[in-house]
Design a protein around this ligand. Sequence first.
Ligand code: SF4
Length: 306
Amino acid sequence: MLKKIHIASHHGFCMGVKRAIQFAEDTAENAQGRVTILNEIVHNEHVVEKFKQRGVGQVKSVEDVDEGTLIISAHGIAPDVIARAESKGLTVVDATCPLVTNIYDIIVDAVKDGYNIIHYGNPHHEETRGIVGYAPEHITCAASEEELLALPEWKDRKLGLTVQTTAHIEDFAIVEKKALQKWPHLKVFNTICNATTKRQSAILELAPKVDMVLVVGSNSSANSHRLAAISNDICGNGKLIGSADDIDKLWFDDESIESVGISAGASTPDFLVEDVIKKLVALSGGQAEVIQPISKRMKKNSQSVR
Ligand code: SF4
């Protein structure tokens, strides 16, 4: 019988996602003519759908837009794509997260200083494609530890290591250590973002306390998948769900499931998390206690004092 629902101390929208959505909303409100988003503004189907319903278009290639304003998503884009958009006369609104832009700056500066970069990340992810676009001749991508360690010795090269903002923190710590053994002269730029660190740390704290973890996030969201995988490694029962509709009440027929932890990816709106909590409480017949993180309880108390 479900008795407790623990909410992760850090979950849901991050700074970069909130900012990108705000940019897109302001542009949809104020721009003259057609407004189009290149790729998904953030990786959440509910957010994407909301913009479609407002009449904002979405394309996968700059070649598919001929007029109006083009919004670059939070994940960023290669500079040649922006140049192509501008040469077509499009107005570009760049909603790239500043923490991704920071990686562009690191890479451009390092390459100027004579470095070649190994980037640890998924080469098919938009963020990685954007990063590689800043120095395609000087960046080699490695999607796994095996791929990274199989790279040449490069004894005479100045080498730098960067990492996808949403990488697995503990995995990367191991990769970094092994990479430094292979290339002692490697300069490491740990570019995992603060939001990722906080959400993964919150899962590490939450998952050992509960019988199941539900991570709310879209299938397209790399960081949501990562949170579910980390939960699963710890409690053996971590699941990624898109919304409350994905909850199967049969999961709770198992009497041993007494506590559930809830988290959400950095692109998941709060209302989806609220819906999940409501559904779980309903499935418990109204009996389950919802335990908010200490930080949120303290905030509420301080607000009630004022
Ligand atoms: S997950 Fe990190 S890098 Fe990505 S948008 Fe959020 S704050 Fe920016």
